[in-house]
Design a protein around this ligand. Structure first.
Ligand SMILES: CC(C)(COP(=O)(O)OP(=O)(O)OC[C@H]1O[C@@H](n2cnc3c(N)ncnc32)[C@H](O)[C@@H]1OP(=O)(O)O)[C@@H](O)C(=O)NCCC(=O)NCCS
Length: 319
């Protein structure tokens, strides 16, 4: 078989690329039934790719000898706190086989290095992990889905809905998620301004009627919180089903960890979301967070995609 040829992705490739993406999603849906069946429709995939193109995603396609598209790989260039990077989102790539994807990455990664883009990010579907990992990417974030209880689920007496009047009592807990990520072994870079935005950001969540903000209270005050929000339609993607609910944030004060607070908060939040008619909950966590990476799978979350990161040796830019 002749190796496919590659050329830059053009807007006129969107429809053919959408067919490949719909095929990829059909494969992913066969292994994870809670994914959104809507993305087996090439028209829905074409909408995703059109949006990506309008947001500046660029890349390459692979073609067979007869001119048929066998793969595409797109990435949005960025230059911010993540450094000079490229970002391949969940709907930004599809390929007939692993060799095609490898060839596309080989083609584009050289261009990205020439632009000084040492940081390469890709949200890879679970079924494509081996090929991405073979290109020296590593795990950064886990994207997962859980089925919500078909029966009513469990509600707990120590959990109640929080409102804006709880802002002061909750405030000491706002930085717990960032604290869990700033140090070892995660070492996520947290912008100092992030902490200034916590209080107004949580107030917005507490005031939003669509958001369910749960807190757990004990004799000494607030012990933990868990925030759920419906996934907006424009955020639906091959890894985030339309009509699902997202577990956005959760934390327990250090002195109460391991005593069942997080478990009861999650069970209560799941039961309430199920009562509201949601069937699937999505969430994501840092792969290196030792607590999350045990706690969330035990709550029923199944990984469907991973955000991967590869950083090229900075010495490659010298000379
Ligand atoms: C992840 C986190 C929210 C978990 O909350 P937690 O309150 O410590 O969790 P729990 O105590 O409910 O559960 C921890 C384990 O203890 C068990 N447990 C211990 N004592 C228990 C009790 N008395 N009753 C019920 N469960 C108990 C739980 O069943 C669970 O084990 P399992 O996962 O095998 O079922 C918490 O560790 C945390 O805040 N981490 C820092 C912030 C963070 O990383 N947030 C997540 C961001 S993605």
């Amino acid at each position: 078989m002749n190796a496919p040829t590659t050329r830059p992705f053009a807007a006129s490739d969107i429809d053919a690329a959408a067919g490949l993406l719909a095929d990829r999603h059909r494969r992913d849906l066969a292994r994870e039934a809670a994914l959104d069946p809507g993305f087996t429709d090439p028209a829905a995939c074409a909408d995703l790719l059109r949006t990506a193109w309008e947001q500046g995603a660029r890349g390459a396609v692979a073609e067979a000898a007869d001119g048929a598209l066998t793969g595409h790989l797109l990435a949005v260039p960025g230059d911010d706190s993540r450094g000079r990077h490229v970002w391949t989102g969940p709907g930004h790539y599809a390929a007939r086989d692993e060799d095609v994807l490898r060839r596309l990455y080989a083609e584009l990664s050289g261009q990205w290095l020439a632009e000084g883009r040492l940081h390469h990010y890709a949200v890879a579907a679970a079924g494509d992990l081996p090929v991405w990992l073979s290109q020296c990417f590593g795990y950064e974030q886990v994207h997962a889905l859980a089925d919500l209880p078909a029966d009513a689920g469990r509600l707990h007496d120590d959990v109640r809905a929080a409102g804006p009047s709880d802002l002061d009592a909750l405030e000491p807990l706002f930085r717990l998620v960032a604290d869990a990520h700033a140090g070892p072994p995660v070492f996520a870079f947290i912008e100092p301004s992030f902490y200034d935005d916590l209080r107004p950001g949580h107030l917005e969540l507490l005031e939003d009627p669509a958001v369910s903000y749960w807190l757990s209270e004990g004799p000494d005050g607030v012990r933990g919180f868990c925030v759920m929000r419906p996934v907006p339609d424009d955020e639906a993607s091959p890894t985030k089903p339309r009509g699902s609910v997202e577990l956005l944030l959760a934390a327990t004060v250090p002195e109460s960890r391991g005593s069942g607070v997080g478990r009861r908060l999650t069970e209560h939040a799941f039961a309430d979301a199920a009562r509201l008619g949601f069937r699937v909950c999505v969430t994501d966590w840092r792969a290196a967070n030792p607590r999350s990476s045990v706690f969330w799978p035990h709550r029923g979350f199944r990984p469907v995609a991973h955000r991967l990161h590869r950083v090229l040796d900075p010495r490659l830019l010298q000379g």
